[in-house]
Design a protein around this ligand. Structure first.
Ligand code: GLN
Length: 537
């Protein structure tokens, strides 16, 4: 029989439930069980793709082109496993499919209700993940216990305990144990209340993960155990850590994996090996030399907007044995100041990430010009690549006013545009190129070197506009190399500058494929170039 682990959160949001879920998934996987994660988001948007990064952080993209919650990024990075649209569902999607069924007459005139119809639909999404009888499905419920909108989800997992039984289902509750400075004490009351709330709906947690800034001693654990009815050995501490990558190691030390397996009647593997994580974390915590990368973007106040990028830099830090400090630079600010030299005085590399809309664009173009002219390692991602093309068109090719039709629809030089065959599709929507696409690399280029001389790569996309092939020849004649293109040679996927130590722009999002033990090659080499610039070869 498959096993189900349900992770809920209490007291406050942003507790690191996603990290806890990912870490537990990793541990179970290392014991030899296939792990399938699922994030259930209680909001009504049909997908996170249209949600504002200011509110919701990064939109993560899977190979099959699903736009998902950023927790899927953590799952992929920890589990080292590619996920798909099956691994994330929002209440909006679930309601949508339920209402569609109702419209199609599926319910034959019956009253359609939250219980059992919506809860059945939720269980269907969970059960869809089961492929193998050995599967362990880990379901993370977004939001906090007590939210009105999470109720149908909690009710659905309560029913699953009834259907599958105790030995096949497990409830984990992640909660906050706050430290009150003035009296120097950790407080268990919020946890007690949050568990009470869960029990009111009929869920008794089997394991509690206590998030706190301080060490949780025996006394506190015993108190939580007493009030929540969870055995003492299953009240675990997950303290604030210098890096999220420590979490699986800490939980392993707390024997969380053994306790979970025991509860689920699964046998632990005697030789579970975490030495790769151990050494990754050890290296990471001991890095001494530093480089600074400037990220020029619009969403810089919300660090979660660039989550996969910042994680990719953590991976590349370890692989280069240098600590990458990120300096987030507001692109709009760059539009206002006269001389931007000072802004970049301490950076060893400049990255322009993806984005939508005209705000802050000219500031990013200034940053790119600065990187190009001053031979500072430059890495442009998606919009960053498009802007590098615009900058080159304007300042090297002399095409005045060159732009993307996203910003100036009737620009004289539409270097970036919606390609003709997609233009009439515009009103139908669906013009976004999403998910994995192949690209063919050009031998002899820096990119070809970086990818280890492979001819064909696959990377994930999420954009509407493309490099306009009309301008390609002009670019190539003047020092911009097309280092990667679509297999039919039509789409420009990677550009690089001939006479520059490191200047690469990619139409895709490499950050989605970087993993701790397997950093993305472009991130690795970008950091290497930055390190060379600071410390010399
Ligand atoms: N706004 C650009 C486009 O739609 C770039 C998108 C992105 O950076 N993800 O093509």
């Amino acid at each position: 029989m498959p096993k189900f682990i349900f992770v809920t959160g209490g007291v406050v949001s942003s507790l690191g439930k996603g990290i806890a879920t990912s870490s537990i998934g990793l541990l179970i996987k290392r014991h030899g069980y296939p792990v399938k994660p699922l994030k259930l988001d209680p909001y009504l948007n049909v997908d996170p793709g249209t949600m504002n990064p200011f509110q919701h952080g990064e939109v993560f993209v899977t190979d099959d082109g699903a736009e998902t919650d950023l927790d899927l990024g953590h799952y992929e990075r920890f589990l080292n496993q590619n996920l798909s649209r099956k691994n994330n569902a929002t209440a909006g999607q679930i309601y949508e499919s339920l209402i569609k069924k109702e419209r199609e007459g599926y319910f034959l005139g019956k009253t359609v209700q939250v219980v059992p119809h919506l809860t059945d639909e939720i269980k269907l999404r969970i059960n869809e993940l089961v492929e193998h009888e050995k599967d362990v499905i880990i379901v993370e419920i977004g939001g906090t216990v007590g939210d009105i909108e999470s109720l149908p989800f909690l009710e659905a997992i309560r029913q699953m305990r009834l259907e599958y039984g105790e030995g096949n289902t497990l409830f984990i509750h992640v909660t906050l144990v706050p430290y009150i400075k003035s009296i120097g004490e950790l407080k268990t009351k919020p946890t007690q209340h949050s568990v009470m709330k869960l029990r009111e709906i009929g869920i008794q947690p089997d394991l509690i993960i206590c998030r706190s800034e301080k060490k949780i001693g025996t006394e506190i654990r015993e108190k939580i155990s007493l009030f929540t009815n969870v055995p003492r050995e299953r009240v675990v501490e997950m303290r604030d850590l210098p890096t999220i990558y420590q979490a699986p190691l800490i939980l392993h030390r707390e024997k969380v994996d053994l306790n979970i397996l025991k509860k689920l009647n699964l046998s632990p593997s005697p030789e579970v090996d975490l030495s790769d994580w151990d050494s990754f974390v050890n290296t990471l915590l001991k890095l001494r030399e530093k480089v600074k990368i400037g990220i020029v973007g619009k969403y810089v106040d919300v660090k979660d907007s660039y989550k996969s990028i910042s994680e990719a830099f953590v991976h590349a830090s370890v692989s280069n044995n240098v600590k990458v400090d990120l300096k987030y630079i507001d692109s709009e600010k760059l539009e206002e100041i006269q001389d931007i030299t000072e802004e970049f005085a301490d950076v060893d590399g400049i990255l322009v990430p993806g984005g939508f809309g005209y705000r802050g664009i000219e500031g990013k173009i200034r940053a790119i010009k600065f990187a190009r002219e001053n031979r500072i390692p430059f890495f442009g991602i998606c919009l960053g690549m498009q802007l590098a093309s615009i900058e080159f068109a304007r300042n090297v090719l002399g095409l005045k006013g060159a732009n993307s039709t996203e910003f100036v629809p009737d620009t004289e030089h539409p270097v970036i545009t919606i390609l003709p065959e997609k233009r009439n599709l515009k009103r139908l929507g669906g013009t976004l190129r999403k998910g994995a696409y192949p690209a063919i690399l050009k031998p002899g280029t820096l990119t070809f070197e970086i990818y280890g001389h492979v001819r064909e790569i696959s990377e994930r996309h999420r954009h509407r506009y493309e490099f306009n092939p009309v301008y390609r020849e002009m670019f190539e004649k003047n020092g911009m190399i097309v280092a990667g293109e679509s297999p039919d040679g039509y789409l420009v996927e990677i550009i690089e500058l001939k006479s520059h130590p490191f200047f690469i722009g990619v139409q895709f999002h490499p950050e989605f494929k970087s993993r701790p033990m397997n950093p993305h090659p472009i991130f690795h080499h970008f950091v290497k170039a930055a390190k060379n610039r600071r410390y010399g070869k």
